[in-house]
Design a protein around this ligand. Structure first.
Ligand SMILES: NC(=O)c1ccc[n+]([C@@H]2O[C@H](COP(=O)([O-])OP(=O)(O)OC[C@H]3O[C@@H](n4cnc5c(N)ncnc54)[C@H](OP(=O)(O)O)[C@@H]3O)[C@@H](O)[C@H]2O)c1
Length: 251
């Protein structure tokens, strides 16, 4: 008997951060699961090529800078269809000890990791662009629950995403809209390369050795996201799920 609970057939998912790393892999896996995506980012060429190469006629890439919070309402007004899922994967890092707290750096990281999603999600809801039974996933981080040195600003934004996701989950349960977060450990993407540029090889090697299953790859996060977007997870909401190769729970 065929069971399509794990597929995304006839579902359209809006994905921020769709142009690189985890978000790009999520788009690939949405297509693999039979769904369509609307991917958002500034550098959309790679995503456009992927859409063209695979003849994904119902999927598209939208060039948009999420720092332009005041224009997010236009992005939503221009959406011609209702979505069945929303993933916020766009994110930036800022590595600096809290002793050197800088308000403008804080505002910058907060806008991309947190503020834009508050505005975008509320616009989507108010303009009735989200279907009943939709699933929403925010990409958080284990930095939200573990105090990594230099990750203070990042941790603030990710902990806030985890906190607000539970409020959304409660407020939207009557529409059967589910909201969860995934908390990845270190995943080898462009963001990881940035960390590698800042920290010494010795520090990175020590960090890597603390991952029982090694560092992750984008697919290790994308596939659990597909599960959360699919009907297979229809009784899961308000959860923050750690996906970190065992980093945070093993001695
Ligand atoms: N990699 C890790 O180790 C790791 C660990 C835990 C959590 N995470 C989280 O996972 C998510 C994805 O990270 P990643 O590793 O895939 O990083 P990445 O490869 O650097 O991708 C970041 C994405 O964010 C988008 N973005 C950044 N600034 C933007 C802006 N102003 N407007 C629109 N889009 C913007 C980028 O698109 P454009 O450049 O095209 O604009 C890109 O698609 C992030 O939320 C990150 O915090 C990553």
């Amino acid at each position: 008997m065929k069971d399509d609970n794990f597929y995304l057939i006839e579902k359209t998912i809006l994905v921020t951060g769709a142009t690189s790393g985890i978000g790009f892999e999520i788009c690939k896996q949405i297509a693999n699961a039979g769904g369509n995506f609307i991917g958002i980012g500034r550098n959309i060429e790679k995503l456009q090529d992927f859409i063209a190469d695979n003849r994904l006629e119902e999927s598209k890439a939208i060039k948009f800078d999420l720092i332009e919070i005041d224009t997010i309402h236009l992005l939503v007004s221009n959406l011609s269809i209702k979505i069945d899922g929303f993933v916020h994967s766009a994110g930036i890092v800022n590595v600096s000890p809290m002793q050197f707290f800088n308000y403008s750096d804080y505002e910058n990281i907060r806008k991309i990791n947190l503020d834009c999603v508050l505005v975008l999600f509320s616009e989507l809801l108010q303009k009735k662009k989200i279907n009943k039974n939709a699933s929403v996933v925010f990409i958080s981080s284990i930095s939200a629950i573990r105090g990594a040195k230099g990750n203070g600003l990042y941790a603030i934004t990710k902990a806030a995403l985890d906190g607000i996701s539970k409020v959304y989950a409660n407020e939207l349960s009557s529409k059967r809209i589910r909201v969860n977060t995934i908390q990845p450990g270190m995943v080898e993407t462009d963001m990881f390369m940035q960390a590698q540029d800042i920290l010494s090889k010795e520090i990175m090697d020590i960090d890597r050795s603390k991952y029982p299953l090694g560092y992750g790859e984008a697919k290790d996060i994308a596939l659990p996201v597909i599960f959360l977007l699919s009907n297979a997870s229809k009784w899961i909401t308000g959860q923050s799920i750690v996906v970190d190769g065992g980093r945070s729970s093993l001695l």
